[in-house]
Design a protein around this ligand. Structure first.
Ligand SMILES: [Zn+2]
Length: 197
């Protein structure tokens, strides 16, 4: 039988684990909000809104957002930019003890860079059905065959992270449709003008 002291200690431990978990959840949301703020910067450039931050000892040491069209480079994904900045700050290619927060599940390129930079934990918002390399299409982040495995936390502020993407694509479709219609109208006008000649 457990003596009262041991029992008390067990309760204390359970309580501590719970509060650690709650603290982690709270921090995850806080940093995902910072990643969302990065994603909003991409919207201003007409880019697909994906944002990322890297945190070390309670401080953001790298930020990034998608700039693929602006910089005309496939390498300009949010995670790669954030990794570059974090490495510069740390003075090391290894990002051990860092956590990476990203609004959308990383693609195969970014997941590869995350594994290569030894990041121990990735927190993601929305899942990516077409390129998700944290388990949706393929799991590069946590693959026992590689020399490094990443702990994955999914679904943090998932609704907000999905909503920002959905809104962007709805707007894009509207814009494309309006452009198409304007083109059609211009062509019809041109035709009617030339038939008048
Ligand atoms: Zn990527």
């Amino acid at each position: 039988m457990l003596n009262p002291g041991m029992l008390q200690e067990q309760f204390f431990m359970a309580d501590k684990n719970l509060s650690d978990e709650l603290l982690r959840e709270k921090l995850d949301k806080k940093y995902m909000k910072a990643a969302l703020a990065q994603a909003r910067k991409a919207i201003d450039l007409g880019e697909v809104p994906i944002g990322c931050v890297i945190v070390y000892e309670g401080k953001i040491i790298g930020r990034g957002y998608n700039r693929r069209n602006t910089d005309k480079s496939v390498l300009c994904h949010a995670e790669i930019t954030a990794i570059k900045k974090a490495c510069k700050k740390m003075g090391d290619w290894r990002l051990e003890d860092c956590t990476l927060y990203v609004t959308l599940e990383p693609c195969q390129m970014c997941a590869g860079a995350i594994v290569q930079s030894r990041i121990p934990r990735v927190v993601m918002g929305a899942l990516s059905p077409k390129a998700g390399s944290g388990g949706t299409v393929i799991n590069i982040l946590d693959n026992p065959e590689f020399n490094h495995q990443v702990e994955i936390t999914k679904g943090v502020l998932e609704e907000d992270c999905s909503a920002i993407l959905k809104e962007f694509f709805t707007e894009l479709r509207k814009r494309n449709k309006a452009e198409k219609e304007a083109k059609k109208a211009a062509m019809a006008l041109e035709e009617s003008e030339s038939s008048d000649l």
